[in-house]
Design a protein around this ligand. Structure first.
Ligand SMILES: [Zn+2]
Length: 251
């Protein structure tokens, strides 16, 4: 199976559609397209199109998905004190926007890691699926013992990264785009594909990844989308200016 791995869409439909189009057309390992989508959470929050992004994912009925903290917050499951002022404002705006069908979809998202073959799929970390940020080698290292599979896919930080645990040492690797990364080896890996809808690594392009399960190959991808379309929709909806501005910088 060839998997499109996406995370942290954050209601940015322009970015999501660009990723879907790119993943459908890019040549990789002698073929184009993908067989399945794995979505690592935070479909909603921050962006102007929560319902539309959910509907888009629902066009892929079998997509594998887990809940993120913003999905959970939109359902009222989390204490809003945990969010900063703008994020809190966005949670309240999103709650008002969501249709009954969207709410039903969000309620269907599991808050525990999913196991799929050699992969664990979660939003934050295997230890704290909704909340923990794996943003350092030491935090990654503490999480490896929680895995029962050799590989784990996470989102939440909005930064593409690969953490490799081998012979008791954890190393951190930035993404190398459009290069085949072999997952096989005497190690465990934690991998973050980056964020579709709100990148935070000074690169405004939407981030995603492709995975070939049989060949155990991974490919980080980056794709340009029309940031100004998303910004205009956010402005029209009266969303916080700082959240609008950050999309242009990828931060
Ligand atoms: Zn997020």
């Amino acid at each position: 199976m060839r998997i499109l791995v996406i995370s942290d869409i954050h209601a940015n439909l322009t970015a999501l559609d660009e990723v879907l189009a790119d993943a459908a057309s890019v040549q990789w390992l002698g073929q184009t397209g993908f067989d399945a989508i794995w979505s690592l959470g935070d479909i909603v929050g921050y962006g102007p199109w929560p319902n539309e992004c959910i509907q888009r994912l629902q066009q892929f009925p079998d997509h594998l998905r887990v809940a993120g903290n913003h999905d959970w917050a939109a359902l009222g499951h989390l204490d809003l004190e945990e969010f900063n002022r703008e994020a809190r404002k966005m949670v309240l705006w999103t709650q008002k926007e969501l249709s009954p069908a969207s709410l039903a979809y969000l309620r269907s998202l599991p808050d525990q890691p999913l196991l799929h073959g050699a992969f664990t799929v979660t939003h934050g970390s295997p230890r704290e699926p909704i909340w923990e940020y794996i943003n350092s080698g030491s935090i990654a290292r503490e999480n490896f013992p929680y895995l029962t599979t050799p590989y784990c896919l996470v989102g939440h930080t909005h930064v593409p990264r690969l953490y490799r645990m081998a012979a008791g040492a954890c190393t951190v690797h930035g993404p190398i785009y459009d290069r085949d990364i072999s997952l096989a080896g005497p190690h465990s890996l934690l991998i973050n594909p980056g964020s579709v809808g709100q990148p935070r690594d000074n690169d405004p392009r939407a981030a995603y990844a492709l995975l070939d399960e049989e060949q155990a190959l991974w490919r980080f991808r980056r794709v340009r989308y029309d940031v100004e379309i998303t910004q205009a929709a956010m402005r029209k909806a009266g969303l916080p200016e700082r959240l609008i501005a950050r999309l242009a910088y990828g931060w």
